[in-house]
Design a protein around this ligand. Structure first.
Ligand code: LLP
Length: 405
C-alpha cells in the first residue's frame, strides 16, 4: 500500500502499521523524499516467488534508487545489484552488497571503472562492444585475473515505450546484434586466459507492459546463446534485464503484482531445460511506488489562464515530468475542504519545463501546505540535480515500526 489516505491525511505504511507523512517531514525546512522499505520488501518477495522454481538471482537495478538504506534492505532480502558506473559499484560495496552479487552494465565503461570492477572481483561484466571486451581482457591480464563476462545482445525489438527509454531497438546504442559475433568470437579465442564468457544478457527498455515483446527478446537472446554453447562455451547464466512498468495514473497496484507473477512464469517457461542461473535486473517495479517527493507550497498564483501552486521542489528534484512527460499523481498531505480546483504544480526553476503536474484537480491548496508527488521512488532522487544552486532534497526511509534511516 505504501502511501494512502486515512481521515483525509496521507499515511505511509499499511493498514496494520502506519504513520502520517506529515509526522516525518513536517518539521523539515526543505523538500524530502520519503521511502517505505516494507513496500519494497513486498515486491521483492513477489518477484522471488515468481522465479522460485528456477535457479535465479535478482539484481536490483540501483540506478532507480541508490539510497543506502534501500541498498542495505534489498541486500538483506538476498538481492544482488545491477550497476552502471564505478560510482554505483562503490556505493553498493559501501552498503555491504557482496562483490559476487554485483553485475556491471553500461556502454561507456572506462579503464578505471573496469579496473575497479575486476579488482573488487564482481560477479559479471555485461559487455556492450568488441572494444570493451578487448579492454576488459587487457586489464584482466594486467591484474592477473580472469574476467567473467556476458554479452549484451541487441535483439532489435520495439517494446513501444517512450523513445528515450527504449534500449533494444536496432537504432539504439545498447547491446550488440549478430553482426558483432564474429569479432567477439575472435577476441574470446585470443584472450581465453583472461575472459570467460558466462552467458548472454539483454535489456530492451523501461516502463514495459508487453510481456510478449520481452519474451521475443529473450528467445532471440537464447538463439545466440545456443550457438555459442554449441561451439563449446560453458555458458551457465542468462540475464533477462529489467523494465517492468507501473501505471502512474492509478494507485491500484494489483496489476503490477499480477505482471510480476506472469513475468516469472514466462521467463521460466522460455528458459526451460537450459540449465542456467537466471538473472534479472528490475529497478522501477521495486521502488517507484515506495517513494514520494514532498514539497511545500510557497505561493498560490492565479492568472487568467491558470492557477499555479508554486512549490519549493520541482524539475531539479524530479525531472521525469519535464523529461518524459510523465504524469505523477499529486497527493496533498492533508486533503482540504471546499470545491476542487485545477492547478499546475510547478517549482522554483527558471524555465517553463519546471512542472511536476499540469491541470490537476485538487481540493484547495494554500500557502504553507505540504504536497506529495506520488510514485517518485524510482528515477527521482538518482536523477536529481542542484540546478539553480538549490540543495538536493532530504531522503528518509521508513519501515513498519516507524523506524527512520
Ligand atoms: N538493466 C539495464 C541494463 C538498464 O539500463 C535498466 C534501466 C534496468 C536494468 C532497469 O530498468 P527498470 O526495471 O527500472 O525499468 N529514467 C527513466 C528510466 C531509465 C531506465 C534506464 N535503464 C525513467 O525515469 O523512466
Amino acid at each position: 500500500m505504501a502511501f494512502f489516505y486515512s481521515d483525509g491525511t496521507l499515511h505511509v505504511g499499511d493498514a496494520r502499521a502506519s504513520v502520517t507523512v506529515d509526522s516525518i517531514v513536517g518539521a523539515l525546512d526543505r523538500p524530502a523524499y520519503v521511502y517505505d522499505l516494507d513496500d519494497i520488501a513486498l515486491r521483492f518477495h513477489a518477484m522471488n516467488n515468481a522465479f522460485a522454481s528456477a535457479r535465479h538471482t535478482i539484481h536490483y537495478a540501483m540506478k532507480a534508487n541508490s539510497n543506502a538504506a534501500i541498498l542495505r534492505h534489498v541486500c538483506a532480502l538476498g538481492a544482488g545489484v545491477d550497476t552502471v558506473s564505478g560510482g554505483e559499484i562503490a556505493r553498493a560495496l559501501a552498503a555491504g552488497v557482496p562483490a559476487d552479487r554485483i553485475i556491471f552494465s553500461g556502454v561507456a565503461k572506462t579503464h578505471q571503472e573496469i579496473q575497479r570492477a575486476l579488482t573488487a572481483r564482481i560477479k559479471q561484466i555485461n559487455v556492450e562492444s568488441p572494444q570493451e571486451l578487448q579492454r576488459i581482457a587487457d586489464i584482466a591480464q594486467d591484474l592477473g585475473v580472469v574476467a567473467d563476462v556476458a554479452f549484451r545482445l541487441n535483439p532489435n525489438v520495439n517494446p513501444k515505450t517512450h523513445p528515450y527509454i527504449t534500449t533494444g531497438f536496432r537504432d539504439n546504442k545498447f547491446g550488440m546484434d549478430e553482426s558483432f559475433m564474429p569479432e567477439l568470437r575472435g577476441i574470446l579465442a585470443r584472450e581465453s586466459k583472461w575472459v570467460r564468457l558466462r552467458g548472454f544478457t539483454m535489456h530492451i527498455g523501461s516502463l514495459l507492459f508487453d510481456l510478449a515483446v520481452i519474451r521475443e527478446a529473450i528467445e532471440k537472446t537464447i538463439a545466440v546463446h545456443d550457438t555459442f554453447k554449441a561451439e563449446g562455451h560453458a555458458l551457465d547464466r542468462l540475464d533477462i534485464g529489467g523494465g517492468l512498468g507501473i501505471a502512474y495514473d492509478t494507485a491500484d497496484t494489483a496489476r503490477e503484482f499480477e505482471m510480476i507473477a506472469q513475468y516469472g512464469r514466462m521467463a521460466i517457461d522460455v528458459t526451460r531445460g537450459m540449465n542456467v542461473e537466471l538473472l534479472c535486473e528490475p529497478g522501477r517495479i521495486f521502488v517507484a511506488r515506495a517513494g514520494v517527493l514532498v514539497g511545500r507550497v510557497q505561493y498560490i498564483k492565479a492568472t487568467a489562464q491558470k492557477t499555479f501552486a508554486i512549490l519549493d521542489t520541482g524539475m531539479h528534484h524530479l525531472v521525469r515530468p519535464a523529461l518524459y512527460g510523465s504524469k505523477h499523481r499529486i497527493l496533498p498531505l492533508r486533503q482540504g475542504t471546499g470545491d476542487s480546483m485545477v492547478y499546475d504544480i510547478v517549482g522554483p526553476i527558471c524555465e517553463s519545463s519546471d512542472f511536476l503536474a499540469k491541470d490537476v484537480l485538487l481540493s484547495p491548496l494554500k500557502q504553507g501546505d505540504l504536497v506529495a508527488i506520488a510514485d517518485a521512488g524510482a528515477y527521482g532522487f538518482t536523477m536529481a540535480s542542484q540546478y539553480n544552486s538549490h540543495e538536493l532534497p532530504a531522503e528518509i526511509a521508513v519501515n513498519a515500526s516507524g523506524h527512520q534511516s
